[in-house]
Design a binder for this molecule. Structure first.
Ligand code: ATP
Ligand code: MG
Ligand code: MG
Length: 578
């Protein structure tokens, strides 16, 4: 495996290892976590976070936990838990570690900590660090002020601790309606003047009479993200809590909370530290669960796993490999300032991964019939080609040439343009062009047929029997054009889906733009193609390079035995000129 490049996060981890910062009995000195909320499918941005967190754990003999941040009962579902587990594993990472008592699974749910989170909230109230606020949400928002204006203390801020404690217990017991009261942290005397809004007595528990996908109806109060997250990290003895930049302003509360609760003896020391890196913004896609959901809901795509989607399940179905996604994440690195990564980098990674390993194949995507008039109508001559040009050990594939073959429409021109070396008929005194049918014979174009509308429906040629590829005679023919083909009689007809980028604009949602206006109408074109006959044995998820066209995968959902459906993963070259 390649040695990962250093970056500022790895530098921090290495410095901590050298200094013994997180040396704790019985624990590895590096413990990270990936903490998705199970409210949607993971996307390529999450893959970056997964590679960062699991990658650091892997490279520094630590471990990485998968933790579901499931504190928002109304948006979360088991379906999302299942797909997230599946996606992380597919990407090649594991939260299972060998331990003294056998394998240990570090798969956690914030909801498993509800009892502890509750007990800590009671502690905070008792110690004078939290109070029940009874302002309406509007009053609370108004009194909190804003960046330019100092806020005002809630009239309930100095509510006696015993009263807050009783009310908090009553909140838990279901005596109040949603929104009637809220538990807030009480940070410092001048908290409402803090330039950081997150430090103006943030809410830590709210009333929500809602069914939770794991705890059912056991709770009608739920802890807030900013309260749950640091505590979950500390309970799991996370050493480096790595997140995206938007949480930078939440770090002071993260530190305050863990320090305050440490005084109550709740955690092993030292407590976790939060570090932020720039989220991934990838051109030509959107990476927001909400926006991706809109594409699914409005049926712009066929589902979360539509091959056009930048979700992990979509990329997988499109034919991306876990190795390609890991390579991409390694290549883009991590930094402390936001930017956009060109979609071409992702495409480059999958080309680089597949080129050395994808077997080759031939596909004619836009078929035009070529008739070899001097070829015996009942003859079938075997041709062969390496499975992979750099892996002779993989052997050869064979396919027949017959009197009629399919070629690409674009490989014929009635009147050749300058520099066109493929098939064209005689031009006045000039004979028609000579080209090699790759792995087969050299042919000379003699004419063509048109239908009533003037469309070319067949091309005619004669072949040179002594020109077969791989024979001595082949050397006597020097031709500039080399085209691919498949036998009409032997070809496998198959549905091929030509996918392209989902949006036509590089930054479809930048600056609050309406990303739906930038949808690429040509993001999917479905063609009926002719493939070399051996392709009938392609199995779901098998990937190929179709010569001249790019990389393709047998669709994992729609392929049937003997009847594969192919998705174009990526073209051979970047056609977007970036
Ligand atoms: P979204 O904004 O799409 O709803 P989210 O951040 O709300 O995503 P979470 O499930 O909370 O989704 O994310 C889990 C982890 O993945 C978080 O630590 C988050 O910082 C990280 N993450 C999410 N999006 C990106 C991204 N584009 N680049 C890097 N990391 C990301
Ligand atoms: Mg989130
Ligand atoms: Mg979000």
């Amino acid at each position: 495996a390649p040695v990962p490049a250093s970056n500022f996060l790895r530098n921090i981890v290495e410095a901590d290892l050298a200094a013994g910062t997180h040396q704790r009995d019985g624990l590895p000195p590096v413990i990270t976590r990936f903490p998705p909320e199970p409210n949607g499918y993971l996307h390529i941005g999450h893959a970056k976070s997964i590679c960062v967190n699991f990658g650091i754990a892997r490279d520094y003999q630590g471990r990485c936990h998968l933790r579901f941040d499931d504190t928002n009962p109304t948006k979360e579902e088991q379906e999302y838990v299942d797909t997230i587990i599946d996606s992380v594993q597919w990407l090649g990472f594991s939260w299972t570690q060998p331990g003294d008592q056998g394998d240990q699974e570090y798969l956690h749910y914030a909801s498993d900590y509800f009892d502890q989170l509750y007990a800590m909230a009671e502690y905070l109230i008792t110690a004078g660090y939290a109070y029940v606020d009874s302002q309406s949400p509007e009053e609370m928002a108004a009194n909190r002020g804003n960046f330019g204006a100092v806020g005002k203390n809630s009239p309930f801020r100095n509510r006696p601790r015993e009263e807050s404690l009783q009310m908090f217990r009553d909140m838990k017991a279901g005596k109040y309606k949603d929104g009637e009261h809220i538990l807030r942290a009480k940070i410092s005397e001048d908290a409402m003047a803090s330039p950081n809004m997150n430090m103006r007595d943030p809410a830590i528990y709210r009333i929500r009479h809602a069914h939770h996908h794991r705890t059912g109806d056991a709770w009608c109060i739920y802890p807030m993200y900013d309260y749950t997250h640091p505590i979950s990290d500390a309970l799991e003895n996370i050493s480096h809590s790595i997140c995206t930049l938007e949480f930078q302003d939440h770090r002071p509360f993260y530190d305050w909370l863990l320090e305050t609760l440490s005084a109550g003896g709740f955690f092993k020391q030292p407590v976790p530290k939060q570090y932020e890196f720039a989220r991934l913004n990838l051109t030509y896609v959107v990476t927001s669960k909400r926006k991706l959901r809109q594409l699914v809901d409005e049926k712009i795509v066929t589902g979360w796993d539509d091959p056009r989607m930048p979700t992990i399940v979509g990329l997988r179905r499109r034919g991306y490999t876990p190795e390609a996604i890991q390579l991409f994440c390694e290549r883009i690195g991590v930094s402390k300032s936001d930017g956009w990564i060109d979609y071409g980098v992702l495409e480059g990674a999958v080309r680089e991964d597949l080129d050395p390993k994808a077997p080759r194949g031939i596909a004619v995507l836009r078929p035009l019939k070529l008739i070899i008039d001097n070829f015996d109508a009942s003859a079938s001559v075997e041709c062969s080609s390496p499975v992979h040009p750099h892996h002779p050990e993989l052997g050869n594939r064979t396919f027949p040439i017959t009197r009629e073959v399919w070629i690409e429409e674009e490989d014929f021109m009635e009147v050749p343009s300058k520099g066109f070396f493929r098939l064209y008929p005689p031009q006045g005194e000039q004979p028609g062009s000579k080209v090699r049918l790759k792995y087969g014979y050299v042919v000379e174009c003699t004419g063509f047929d048109k239908d009533a509308n003037g469309k070319v429906v067949a091309v005619h040629c004669n072949y040179f029997p002594d020109s077969k590829s791989g024979t001595d005679g082949a050397n006597n023919y020097k031709v500039k054009g080399n085209i691919h083909w498949v036998s009409v009689a032997a070809a496998l007809q198959a549905e091929v889906r030509l996918y392209d980028r989902l949006f036509t604009e590089a930054q479809p949602d930048a600056g609050g733009k309406d990303f739906m206006a930038a949808l690429n109408p040509n993001a999917l074109e479905t063609v009926t193609a002719y493939l070399e006959p051996g392709m009938k044995d392609a199995v779901a998820d098998q990937r190929f390079q179709f010569e001249r066209h790019g990389y393709f995968v047998a669709d994992r959902i729609d392929s049937q035995p003997g009847k594969p459906v192919f998705n174009r993963i990526v073209t051979l070259k970047d056609s977007w000129g970036s």
